[in-house]
Ligand binder design. Structure first.
Ligand code: SF4
Length: 247
């Protein structure tokens, strides 16, 4: 018997699985997914303009793929899984409607008409990220429903726990959050369209887009230290939208 360990084949296997996933989301320059919009806009700009070719390392790919697998199993608890949704803005021209901009997303599962978001985290039970709320609120706004549910699977070493949180958003909260998402999408689309138009535009857009992130996102960003110094951002976008309502 000849036994040989082949790290190159192991890596190729993970990359093939990763690439098969990626093909599910074709890129449209006037469109962005909810997860892109609640991430750092500057990072999305670097990726879309080809400045940041960020293929995640094998460890990150595996973590994300195993999370997807867990979602596929746990999502069977609902009526429908992995439900594609979108919000689009149209402009009428010569009696033809042209899609101007689009926000897309996938709801992990629907249960009795309630969008359910499923997260797996290594954070200790009881802790949730602001971005979980932002994502769920985005789906509620896109679907035109006020109630959403968040399931958080805490996977901390040998200990596993699950927590469920129900949310009831007001119409005003959802409208403010929708306005915030459209503002973020508009900035991203405009900055990419403007890319390379003059030597000054890149710097101009970097200054505009840099504050549009949560500071912790810099820790996981491939642009940090090369294209961007990172640093503080506006942080919780959802609460920023809520603040404008005076709540
Ligand atoms: S380092 Fe931080 S601010 Fe800069 S692109 Fe990455 S996430 Fe955004």
């Amino acid at each position: 018997m000849i036994l040989e360990e082949r790290p190159d084949m192991a890596q190729a296997f993970v990359e093939a699985a990763w690439n098969a996933q990626e093909r599910k989301h074709p890129y449209n320059p006037k469109s962005a997914g909810v997860t892109t919009l609640i991430g750092c806009l500057l990072k999305a700009y670097y990726q879309r303009t080809g400045q940041l070719l960020e293929a995640p390392d094998t460890q990150s790919m595996l973590t994300l793929l195993l999370g997807t697998n867990g979602h596929a199993v746990l999502g069977k608890a609902g009526d429908e899984e992995d439900v594609p949704i979108s919000w689009a803005m149209y402009s009428a021209e010569d009696d033809r409607f042209e899609k101007e901009m689009e926000i897309t997303g996938y709801v992990d599962f629907m249960d009795g008409g309630v969008p359910c978001e499923l997260k797996t985290t290594s954070m200790a039970p009881g802790k949730i990220s602001d971005t979980y709320v932002e994502q769920l609120a985005a789906y509620c706004w896109m679907l035109g429903v006020n109630a959403g549910r968040l399931y958080v699977v805490h996977n901390t070493g040998f200990k596993k726990a699950v927590r469920c949180y129900t949310f009831g958003f007001t119409n005003d909260e959802l409208a403010a959050w929708g306005t915030e998402l459209i503002r973020r999408l508009t900035k991203l689309v405009e900055s990419v369209e403007d890319w390379d138009r003059s030597p000054f535009t890149a710097e101009y857009w970097e200054d505009i887009l840099r504050p549009e992130h949560h500071e912790w996102q810099c820790k996981y960003c491939g642009a940090k230290g090369t294209l961007c110094p990172g640093g503080p951002g506006r942080d919780a976008h959802w609460f920023e939208a809520a603040k404008r309502l005076g709540t």
